[in-house]
Design a protein around this ligand. Sequence first.
Ligand code: NAD
Ligand code: DAU
Length: 340
Amino acid sequence: MKTILVTGGAGFIGSNFVYYMLRTHPNVRIVVLDALTYAGNFQTLEPLLGQARFRFVRGDITDRAAVMRLFDEERFDAVVNFAAESHVDRSIDTPEVFLKTNVLGVQVLLDACRAHGNVRFHQVSTDEVYGDLPLDRPDLFFTEETPLRTSSPYSASKAGADLLTLAYYRTFGTPVTISRCSNNYGPYHFPEKLIPLMITNAMEGKKLPVYGEGKNVRDWLFVKDHCRAIDLILQGGRIGEVYNVGGHNERSNLEVVRAILHLLGKDDSDIIFVRDRPGHDLRYAIDPTKMRTELGWKPETTFETGLRQTVAWYREHRDWWEPVKSGAYLDYYKAHYGDA
Ligand code: NAD
Ligand code: DAU
């Protein structure tokens, strides 16, 4: 039995990864460490409580003593770090917590790996560390060699973590890998991000706030394909290497919003164009050649299928997202969108 520490496992991608690993690897036991910030949802993991191959620990990755204690208690074969502040708009309002969790938290985890016999460490990073690409150059893609050129406090903090991770490999020999993935979508996605916000707003009969003119392009990947990519990197990725993960699924924001409305049988009348995000990245597009040639990975879910499944999931799981959208979340929402 191998034990994997999944930090941030109560969030969107982390929870999908926990379910994916437990389903596909009968010889894997998962320990989740999650601070349960506004983005962590314990309800997502509740069905796993009491199962022998699962343990949940509430804790903060920046709490060095607690992290070291957990590493003393368990013998981790690998750590996969999803724990992060992940929303670009929030990083513009409050950068500090992004630096604390996304950089200093990673340092604590790397130190814990080092102090416990050089445990394998996988850092879940993002394509946003490469900055953006122009809208009029569809021939350009991010490769692993593209220079880091960040735009937001969020992406700067993720780039800092990547550099720190590679520095621990070079200086201390800590066995690390990094994946830089494009935009994910799917079940358990917190409804502050574009796709779940638009699906749930449309279901509630609310306005759909599109930034600027809605021309910015993102490269969408169904979350399960990301989980499989991380699994393959854990199994066969080369230590000290970075892997870009993405599936050539570029869509403008307006195209995405219209596709959601179409699936819900609605017209465009609730779309509103609101103030643009400061420093808004224009286009992300991943070149996933290294994942394909070295690890045999390619996405299995098309955008059409994935989006249909995602809309269906939100239709069937009002009990998951309705409580999330009430309470404190509303204060944040109002600060950003006023009464829209
Ligand atoms: P999320 O915001 O949904 O989840 C983050 C989780 O981390 C939450 O459960 C939260 O409680 C936990 N967390 C936050 N601070 C913590 C701390 N100090 N200690 C312990 N736990 C803490 O994020 P997500 O969208 O699932 O993203 C997960 C990771 O993947 C992030 O590192 C993000 O940068 C990266 N990523 C996300 C995307 C995407 O499209 N969502 C794409 C590429 C990479
Ligand atoms: O590329 C990977 C990144 O994708 C991850 O590293 C981040 O953690 C994740 O949040 C995501 O970042 P984005 O900024 O691309 O995602 P978001 O869902 O916030 O926005 C997607 C696009 O939609 C972006 O161009 C901004 C736009 N947008 C977003 C919101 C929330 C709108 O037009 N209206 C909105 O209300």
